[in-house]
Design a protein around this ligand. Sequence first.
Ligand code: C2O
Ligand code: CU
Ligand code: CU
Length: 467
Amino acid sequence: MGGLGAASVVVGFVGFSATTGGLPVGGSAGGGAAWREPAVRRSIRGILDTELEAVETTADIGGVRCSVLGYGGTLPGPTLRVRAGDRIRVALRNGLAAATNLHTHGLQVSPSGNGDNPFVSIAAGETFDYEFDLPADHPPGIYWYHPHLHGSVAEQVFSGLYGAIIVDDPEPIEVFRERVMIISDITIDGDGRVAAAGPMDRMSGREGELVLLNGMLDPLIEARPGSRERWRIVNACTSRHLRLRLDGHLLELIGIDSGRLPLPSAVESIDLAPGNRADVLVTLVATGGELVAQSFDRGAAGMMGGSRPSPRSSRLATIEVAGARVAEAAPPPALAPAADLRTAEVVRRRTIEFGMVGMMGGFVFDGRAFDGERIDIHAEAGTVEEWTLRNDSPMDHPFHLHVWPMQIVERDGAPTPLVEQREVVAVPARRDVVVRIAFTGHTGTSVYHCHILDHEDAGMMGVVDVR
Ligand code: C2O
Ligand code: CU
Ligand code: CU
């Protein structure tokens, strides 16, 4: 474990959070944990039939035993691996002391009944049987699941409840190996428990002192020279915006959220707002390196102050490249890009304004806090709408809509040159972003919200009904 483990054994939990909070780039405590990925549960003959239990559990984080929450007792929970057209059945057992539920973030599935229904509440000790079908034309890629019970989402996700969902490609992309990378953050207090958020944390959106990759602090990634890997990355942080870099190696983006790029695109860094995912081809060309989340300023909550988040960079993993050189992989097949809504007929235009009310942390859309009994937007099934997401506030808000993906068509009045389909759209402070949405595939009632989960819990969520 190097210096980190030894120090925590001697001085205990207090020393742990003091010495490892936001591991500085280039620190000496890295590369400790052996690489680990969540267990995989695959669909068989078109059906994924599984059980997930949300429980209190212990996790070893950087050599320290911590009390956290986890699906199936692991951090992160198991990866669910399915194909377009599959039926998904998940019996969610609530082994927590409080109510919870389950949301399959990004999946284009029915929001009704025992589908991906954010209005379900599962009491402590109860089980709920989710069951829904992935459409036959569902986009492949990386998705994720997490609790969605209004009022406790931030706390439950921050404490460890998240897992990945992979929808396989119809035609596999040739790579040397694939990795699932769930990035989350957490703060552990002096007793080895997840720290509670104070009012200022809730205003800005809580950010953990520790940034974890698959539940580990700075794990070691061992790779072969010249090899091409596919990394499927989820930003499962409650509020933290991730600007990822892997200097020295070749990063090619093939998708963000459910939106595929027609061709892999070389990038220097990858920006993931909370809830965003990235599908990346990584070619290992240097002998080592670090996967880093750079510091990122997402603004502060205005007059009440709130801390300036993400002041430091964090090293997420240490890369070691060794062994026999791997022959160059075949170029990836052409990917099916998302349908382009820029030329679609828009039947309705709306503006959604982000706002704060009261002195302490009321977050709203259009001046109203979330009310599950009120429908904020009625949309007609089969039509395309255009929404202007207006953020006049001093901080960034990542805007998320369930079930129906959004296409960004304009940022600050400038049309986007490419098709950018997203489930979470970062709306920077004092900016407008315009999106188009095709209300096709499913009808029913669902939600849109800020994916800074503290803001969602504080009321920045609305109800959309599609008939
Ligand atoms: Cu990832 Cu409604 O959330
Ligand atoms: Cu979602
Ligand atoms: Cu927000």
